[in-house]
Design a protein around this ligand. Structure first.
Ligand code: SF4
Length: 193
C-alpha cells in the first residue's frame, strides 16, 4: 500500500487576538505555537477541550509560566467532574507517555491534553482546537516520535491511537485482512478535514 498523499492542509490562522498575544510572549520552545493554538481555540469555543485544556490548575499555570512568561489567564477550572471513561483515558495516556521524546517537561502536558481530546468525537486536530491537521502531525512527531513514526501510512490520528491499543490487547477489530482491501479504508485513511 502506498502512503496517502495530498491530504488538504489548511493555512494557519493569522496571529491575532489571544493567539497573537500568547505568541508575542512565547519562550521560544518547540511547543509554544501548538499550545497557543489550543489555548486560543478553547477560549474561542473551538474544539472540545475544557478550560485549562483539561490540565489541573497547577499544571496549566506551569504551562503558561514556561511557554508564555508574564501571561496570566483567568480560567474556571472544574476538577470535581467524575470521569466515567477513566480506564480508557489511562490507556491512551500511558500509550502516549511511553513514547514521549524525553526532551521537555511539556510532553507530559501534551500527552494529557491529547488524551482529553481523544474522548470527543471529531478529528483529533479539530478536538484539540489546532489550526489544521498538519499541526497535529507536528505535535505527534515532536512529542511522541516513536509512536508517530509508526503511523507511516498517515492513518487518521485518533484511529491510529486506538488501533495501537487494540493491537496491544491482541484485539483485531478490523474486518479485512489488510487495509489495502478494506471497505472501511476511507474511515481510517481519508482526509481529516
Ligand atoms: S482500513 Fe480497514 S483493515 Fe485498515 S485499520 Fe482501518 S478498519 Fe482496519
Amino acid at each position: 500500500m502506498q502512503p496517502v498523499v495530498g491530504i488538504p492542509q489548511k493555512l494557519p490562522a493569522p496571529p491575532d487576538g489571544l493567539y497573537g498575544k500568547l505568541m508575542a510572549h512565547a519562550a521560544g520552545l518547540p511547543g509554544d505555537e501548538l499550545f497557543a493554538q489550543m489555548i486560543a481555540g478553547q477560549v474561542a469555543g473551538l474544539g472540545a477541550l475544557p478550560p485549562g485544556l483539561g490540565l489541573s490548575n497547577t499544571e496549566f499555570s506551569a504551562l503558561l509560566a514556561r511557554h508564555y512568561p508574564g501571561i496570566k489567564l483567568a480560567v474556571n477550572f472544574d476538577e470535581s467532574i467524575a470521569d466515567p471513561r477513566a480506564l480508557e483515558r489511562d490507556d491512551v495516556l500511558a500509550l502516549l507517555l511511553e513514547s514521549r521524546a524525553g526532551k521537555d517537561t511539556s510532553e507530559q502536558w501534551m500527552a494529557e491534553i491529547v488524551t482529553t481530546a481523544c474522548m470527543d468525537r471529531n478529528h483529533l486536530w479539530q478536538d484539540l482546537g489546532l489550526h489544521s491537521r498538519e499541526y497535529l502531525s507536528r505535535l505527534m512527531t515532536q512529542n511522541f516520535p516513536a509512536l508517530a513514526a509508526k503511523n507511516m501510512y498517515d492513518m487518521k490520528w485518533k484511529k491510529f491511537l486506538y488501533k495501537q491499543l487494540c493491537e496491544r490487547e491482541g484485539i483485531n477489530a478490523c474486518r479485512a485482512p489488510s487495509c489495502e482491501y478494506c471497505a472501511d479504508y476511507l474511515k481510517c485513511f481519508g482526509p481529516e478535514d
